[in-house]
Design a protein around this ligand. Structure first.
Ligand SMILES: CC(C)(COP(=O)(O)OP(=O)(O)OC[C@H]1O[C@@H](n2cnc3c(N)ncnc32)[C@H](O)[C@@H]1OP(=O)(O)O)[C@@H](O)C(=O)NCCC(=O)NCCS
Length: 217
């Protein structure tokens, strides 16, 4: 790892560079092409976006990492609500992946989030990327979707041990990601960047398996 890096909040001057980074990191990863650069672009204007937790990692004057969080809720069976965070997107430039930068961004922002009073982070993702950061299966914390659905890729991180006390919690994420269902808007935004070929990659099958799997017992 290059030690000549800083972690700092994103500024408006960084926006296009961060979006280009997200495009590089997610391109052909989960589907042919990607929508995450558009997601980053519109998320900043969404009411659930948390600007105080919008960080970039800069090395040698280039942004090589980005992390964002949105407001979400857990609701128990009596209707009691708990304000939590959804982490994502997070990305590291492909040339710099698997060198520990993602770990740095997560751990740095977990501390910032805890200072803000948050004690729980939830996100979807490949467990390989998160279990070493202390994330556990949603099933272990009894966090599910309405209908008692426990997705295999729904991962929960306690920022304070015991924050989740074993009662059943229903996860209510922000509706922000639904904005990416507008595929024409994604394509129009993507056309602002240099052309990239969409292609099949084995990681797309891995994504399909993770995102369609549910823990049953
Ligand atoms: C996922 C991502 C953010 C991780 O950042 P990174 O800098 O590459 O990861 P790190 O080097 O910090 O490693 C993080 C953890 O990943 C795991 N990991 C590292 N190398 C791995 C490998 N080759 N295979 C599987 N897991 C691996 C380890 O658990 C590691 O933690 P540890 O070293 O403390 O045990 C980055 O790879 C990325 O941007 N990927 C493309 C976009 C993406 O998938 N974003 C997440 C969407 S859910």
């Amino acid at each position: 790892m290059n030690n000549n890096y800083i972690i700092r909040q994103e500024t408006a001057n960084d926006y296009r560079e961060t979006e280009a980074l997200a495009r590089e990191a997610f391109w052909n990863l989960n589907v042919p092409g990607c929508h995450e650069h558009y997601f980053v672009h519109i998320l900043r204007d969404h009411e659930d976006f948390i600007p105080q937790l919008d960080y970039v990692l800069e090395a040698d004057g280039r942004i090589i990492g980005s992390i964002m969080y949105t407001k979400a809720k857990l609701v128990d069976e009596k209707g009691e609500e708990k304000d939590i965070l959804t982490m994502g997107p997070i990305c590291i430039h492909p040339e710099h992946q698997r060198k520990g930068y993602g770990k740095l961004l997560l751990e740095y922002t977990f501390e910032k989030a805890a200072e803000m009073g948050y004690d729980t982070v939830v996100n979807f993702g490949n467990p390989d990327n998160y279990v070493a950061r202390g994330y556990k299966s949603c099933k272990k914390y009894n966090v599910c979707f309405e209908g008692d659905v426990f997705p295999a890729a729904l991962l929960v991180k306690e920022l304070r041990q015991g924050a989740l006390d074993g009662r059943k919690w229903f996860y209510h994420p922000s509706d922000s990601e639904a904005l990416c269902d507008d595929t024409e808007a994604v394509e129009r935004f993507d056309a602002l960047f240099p052309k990239k070929e969409k292609a099949w990659r084995p990681s797309q099958e891995e994504f399909y398996i993770h995102s369609h799997s549910v823990i049953s017992r």
